[in-house]
Design a protein around this ligand. Structure first.
Ligand SMILES: Cc1cc2nc3c(=O)[nH]c(=O)nc-3n(C[C@H](O)[C@H](O)[C@H](O)COP(=O)(O)O)c2cc1C
Length: 310
């Protein structure tokens, strides 16, 4: 029997749990000639802001051992142009579309969410809470700011709101719970990890911004731990993200408690990896005789009740 890969996340039905990670797949429709986009579970767009944004100066991407360092700086065309063109094309793909947004203030998040909320064809909003705010601090480092953004966006949004959190906090469970308490319909764990790499030929940083965010295979165990920890304390669903390169990696995240996964660096290496990951999940299910992918969500939590300090 063909295993059932479908999941329900924040009341939205996805045919499989594999989504594109924000910022690593453009606006989401550009690669239609390269891969069958209709086979994806869903598309999370790059982060959109109220006004267009040029992003940071080059170089803003550097390859490091088992990972990628980036400081793109939220380059995007702004919400008005996004609605005029990319969104129209996205609506025609026949897969759920989640639009990632960010702002330099609470009111910018709210304004952008309000505009999106009036559009058809958007399944959810993902709040990128891992970008720098006005004081150039990561939003997630200010708990009351995180709470305020979620609370205010939830007041006006007619569609589900997903909070994408930074892993660089003292207690990810506390942050996840705060998101849930403000009404978030789900969370994404995690965004990139603050990092730096230096070119020993030039003695300069590999990025124009000196520091950036780390992603790729090397971050996977840390992100899985974040999912595992958050899953213990919240009841809203989690999109697991960070270093998913194969179907096995995706299954690991789901065993830790993720309902869906989003894949970034792997699709930058080759976009077809997204389809391979879906097929590999199906192969694992057949081998393990798992009829529905929903049955494995958080299974490691149910099996392992040993709370160690590590
Ligand atoms: C080049 C690049 C650009 C990214 N842009 C965004 C973005 O615009 N918004 C966002 O929320 N995350 C962004 N991310 C983070 C990814 O969505 C994802 O959280 C992170 O890369 C970890 O997943 P991965 O290891 O599968 O890449 C970006 C990552 C990369 C590598």
């Amino acid at each position: 029997m063909k295993p059932d890969l479908s999941i329900v996340f924040a009341n939205v039905k996805f045919k499989n749990p594999v989504l594109t990670a924000s910022g690593t797949f453009g606006y989401g429709y550009e690669l239609a000639d390269l891969i069958p986009l209709e086979k994806l579970g869903g598309i999370i767009t790059k982060t959109i802001t109220l006004k267009p944004c040029d992003g940071n100066l080059q170089p803003r991407v550097a390859e490091v051992t088992s990972g990628i360092l980036n400081s793109i700086g939220l380059q995007n065309i702004g919400i008005k142009s996004f609605i005029e063109e990319p969104l129209e094309k996205l609506k025609k793909l026949g897969v759920p579309v989640i639009v990632s947004i960010a702002g330099a203030s609470v009111s910018e998040y709210v304004e952008t969410a309000k505009i999106l909320s009036c559009q058809n064809g958007i399944s959810a909003i993902e709040l990128n809470l891992s970008c720098p705010n006005l004081e150039k601090k990561i939003v997630c480092h200010d708990l009351s700011l995180v709470q305020n953004i979620i609370k205010e966006v939830k007041k006006i949004s007619k569609i589900p709101v997903i909070a994408k959190l930074s892993p660089l906090v003292t207690d990810i469970s506390e942050l996840a719970l705060a998101a849930e308490n403000q009404g978030a319909d789900g969370i994404t764990l995690t965004n990139t990890y603050p990092a730096m790499a230096i070119d020993i030929k030039t003695f300069k940083s590999k990025l124009s911004t000196l520091k950036g965010g780390m992603s790729g295979a090397c971050v996977k165990p840390m992100s899985i731990r974040c999912v595992y920890d958050a899953w213990q304390s919240i009841s809203i669903p989690i999109i697991g993200c960070g270093g998913i390169m194969t179907g096995e990696d995706a299954v690991e995240f789901m065993l830790a408690g993720a309902t869906a996964v989003s894949v970034g660096s792997s699709s930058l290496v080759s976009p077809i990896n997204l389809i391979k990951i879906i097929n590999e999940i199906e192969d694992i299910m057949i081998k393990k005789n798992i009829l529905s992918i929903k049955n494995i969500i958080g299974m490691v939590n149910k099996n392992e009740k040993n709370n160690t300090c590590s």
